[in-house]
Design a protein around this ligand. Structure first.
Ligand SMILES: NC(=O)c1ccc[n+]([C@@H]2O[C@H](COP(=O)([O-])OP(=O)(O)OC[C@H]3O[C@@H](n4cnc5c(N)ncnc54)[C@H](OP(=O)(O)O)[C@@H]3O)[C@@H](O)[C@H]2O)c1
Length: 320
């Protein structure tokens, strides 16, 4: 039984991996050596992810206890009575009896949508309405958190944590939590280094997981970034890649790991799985780390205060 209380430094992100590819990709990832999978109800591919895990275990590639499987509580399930059913749905879809980590996906409580109406429910209350919108539901974070704590006590999840939490929310949660969050998963890459949040998490012993660790590329197809916004094109990243004989993506992921965070890069290209995982056996110099850290410009690609209005017709800032 694994006793790790923080996730392995590199995990496979599963957002936007098309369902038909997911099972084979997850199995392949485990074969290549991934032991950390970053899933969520909202990604819509938890059954296929579970299928990939099942195949990998059946093929003897590893044991369940060697894997760290994370999933996330969707925004519509924040009320206490919906937390356990939501987790149980994820477990059933993934064919698992427990998760290693269950995160509150966003500090954005939305009105409940029953499974029978829609699953995953997505962002808008009624996507078929003439003008779909997000329907907020006033649920205090501590209500959701206490229901999450009960999942740990029931043995259904080993750890609980949060995602997209700023310092103030985290501080408030830590003042009331009986079971502390082990992880805060937030967007982070060289253009959004989040130094103060990282420092606060470090001081509080909360592990920091970087999502969208490669920055813009995930958001280009969504119209939320331009190809030229990519940190992978930065001269200091290219120079380090050249010196080390690594790819720009490996340099950026190494920067994340070397500053003490974990990262969950997504790729749907089997050929890139090994590339993104192989960042443990080389080091960036202090000068290279400094140059990459100096790229920070507080550039957030995944900002509910922006995309909720553009995509879902509702102004819903959370960081301001
Ligand atoms: N908690 C949250 O709210 C939240 C939000 C966003 C994301 N996440 C998690 O974080 C994971 C990663 O974030 P993300 O998917 O937004 O972005 P990402 O992992 O930073 O970037 C993915 C993009 O980079 C490309 N890519 C992957 N490896 C590459 C390489 N070696 N060289 C060049 N390009 C490469 C991928 O294309 P290909 O697929 O074609 O390789 C894809 O377009 C998600 O899958 C999800 O698990 C969590």
């Amino acid at each position: 039984m694994t006793t790790a209380s923080t996730p392995p430094s590199i995990g496979l992100g599963l957002w936007k991996i098309p369902k038909p590819q997911t099972a084979a990709l997850v199995r392949e990832a485990i074969q290549v050596g991934y032991r950390h999978l970053d899933s969520a109800c909202d990604y819509g591919n938890e059954k296929e992810t579970g299928e990939g895990i099942r195949k990998a275990l059946a093929d003897g590639l590893c044991r369940r206890d060697d894997l760290w499987v994370t999933s996330k509580l969707w925004n519509t399930y924040h009320k206490a009575e919906h937390v356990r059913p939501a987790l149980e749905r994820t477990l059933a879809d993934m064919n698992l009896d427990h998760l290693d980590l269950f995160l509150i996906h966003f500090p954005i409580p939305l009105a409940f949508v029953p499974f029978e109406t829609r699953y995953p429910p997505g962002w808008t209350f009624d996507p078929s309405a003439p003008k779909p919108f997000m329907k907020a539901a006033p649920v205090p974070v501590i209500e959701t958190w206490q229901a999450m704590e009960r999942l740990v006590e029931a043995g259904l999840v080993r750890h609980i944590g949060v995602s997209n939490f700023c310092v103030s929310l985290l501080r408030d949660l830590l003042s009331q939590a009986r079971i502390r969050p082990v992880v805060n998963q937030v967007e982070s890459h060289p253009y959004l280094a989040q130094e103060k949040l990282l420092r606060y998490c470090r001081e509080e012993g909360v592990a920091f997981t970087a999502f969208s660790p490669l920055g813009a590329p995930s958001y280009v197809p969504l119209g939320m970034a331009r190809p030229e916004d990519s940190v992978l094109l930065e001269p200091c990243v290219l120079a380090a890649a050249g010196r080390l004989g690594k790819t720009p993506a490996q340099v950026v992921l190494r920067w994340a790991v070397q500053r003490g965070t974990s990262a969950v890069p997504k790729t749907e290209k089997p050929a890139r799985l090994a590339e993104n995982l192989a960042v443990g056996n080389f080091e960036l110099s202090d000068a290279e780390m400094g140059a990459i850290s100096a790229l920070d410009r507080n550039r957030r690609f995944n900002d509910p205060g922006v995309f909720c209005e553009q995509a879902f017709g509702t102004f819903f800032p959370i960081y301001e």
